[in-house]
Design a protein around this ligand. Structure first.
Ligand code: SAH
Ligand code: SF4
Length: 394
């Protein structure tokens, strides 16, 4: 039996699944969302409506190539069929609670879903390209010591519609419809590195990734999609088999005793198992290396010995490191390593033959940097709470 004692208990379990018989993201009239249904699910639905299989391709293209938000605009489908579709389907977008632009071009949205839960999505530009960082859960069941999201209790998993909807909202915001050629896109990459542990919301995340990488719609190459996990080992094997996107692993320590202290998941799946899963991840090659994320924590994981141990641990895996300066948040007992220490750590890894760039924090002024997601939405919530429900004491 799986030991889940290290996880927080979800407070409100709202079943959202694109996989089973539960309707996909229904609206208030009970109509199913077209967004977030897999091709197979769409085919089932259209067969039930008595429609031919080619409808799936037509609808798919309207939704994900053209970005349509209204069934009536699907003009190559007969009016009669559109009416039939409107009776049972809707097309969702999360609503935008707030949008903030950083001075470095990073844009962050606080998005609200049908049940008023919220999650954050960030766009990080990089010259003529850019990455959309998407969330997979509201909160997180894990409690990594350095992560602000981990202090927010898990509210629920996001559904496939809500995961894909974050990318669609970002595309709406930059007007990137219809899907441009691969070379001419501002929103060229996706990183599943927002709030939550994606591999604890496996089915919805995989459905969303298949939609994002479908060549007839949003058409992101799998090489441009990276999923970050804290190390849900059995699901890493599944992910490699089911979608094969790039893998990033939040390693953060080279020894179990240190990792146990900062990442509770290590007690369940220790380094030996995690590294084995990385070695066996399919499609890893020198051209498609695993990224090991390593948050630099003063006095905890940043010594010369740690760097050498790290290199030993991953020997033989086509990989690169991403050294992340720790982003401090109110209430955290940890400090970021000094700049000299980070440089020395990077140099040791480089001398041992590893690429180890230091991740430049982006969007810090709008709290969009790694591990800072949550703070703003919580603050917003608090502000609203104060203004709508609890007038300040005189
Ligand atoms: N749950 C997944 C993905 C979301 S976290 C995971 O843990 O991998 C995305 C990345 O941000 C992870 O590498 C995480 O370790 C890192 N991170 C979390 N809190 C941070 C902080 N305060 N400063 C810097 N990086 C942080
Ligand atoms: Fe969850 Fe990832 Fe944060 Fe850990 S680092 S608490 S797994 S979001």
């Amino acid at each position: 039996m799986t030991d889940t004692s290290f996880m927080k208990t979800p407070q409100v379990e709202i079943p959202v699944s694109a996989a089973g018989n539960i309707p996909n993201n229904p609206d208030h009239q009970g109509r199913e969302d077209l967004i977030g249904l897999s091709r197979e699910q769409l085919a089932e639905r259209f067969a039930l409506l008595g429609e031919k299989p080619f409808r799936v391709n037509q609808v798919w293209s309207w939704l994900y190539n053209r970005g349509i938000r209204d069934i009536d605009g699907m003009t190559n489908i007969s009016r009669e069929t559109r009416t039939k579709m409107q009776d049972v389907f809707h097309i969702s977008r999360p609503s935008i609670t707030s949008q903030q632009d950083s001075e470095d071009g990073t844009r962050k949205w606080l998005l609200k879903f049908g049940d008023r839960n919220e999650a954050e999505t960030v766009y990080i530009p990089d010259r003529d390209r850019g990455s959309v960082c998407i969330s997979t859960q509201v909160g997180c069941t894990l409690t990594c010591r350095f992560c602000h999201t981990g202090t927010q209790k898990l509210v629920r998993n996001l559904g496939a519609a809500e995961i894909v909807g974050q990318f669609l909202t970002a595309r709406d915001s930059y007007g990137e419809w219809p899907t441009p050629n691969e070379t001419g896109r501002l929103l060229s990459n996706v990183v599943v590195m927002g709030m939550g542990e994606p591999l604890f919301n496996y089915d919805n995340t995989v459905t969303a990734l298949k939609i994002l990488t479908d060549p007839d719609g949003i058409a992101l190459s799998k090489r441009r999609v990276t999923l970050s996990t804290s190390g849900v080992v059995p699901r890493m094997y599944d992910l490699g088999r089911d979608v094969g996107v790039n893998l990033a692993v939040s390693l953060h320590a080279a020894r179990d005793d240190i990792r146990d202290q900062i990442m509770p998941i290590n007690k369940k799946w220790p380094l030996k198992d995690l590294i084995k899963a990385c070695r066996e991840y399919p499609a890893v090659s020198n051209a498609r290396r695993i990224t090991f994320e390593y948050v630099m924590l003063k006095g905890i994981n940043d010594s010369d010995a740690d760097a050498r141990e790290l290199a030993r641990l991953v020997r033989g895996i086509p990989c690169k490191f991403n050294l992340i300066p720790f982003n401090k948040w109110p209430g955290s007992d940890l400090e970021c390593s000094s700049w000299d220490r980070i440089e020395r750590f990077a140099d040791i890894l480089c001398d041992l033959g590893y690429s180890a760039p230091v991740r430049r924090p982006r969007g810090r002024d709008i709290l969009a940097a790694c591990g800072q997601l949550k703070s703003e939405s919580q603050r917003e919530r608090l502000k609203r709470h104060q203004t709508t429900e609890a007038p300040p004491a005189a």
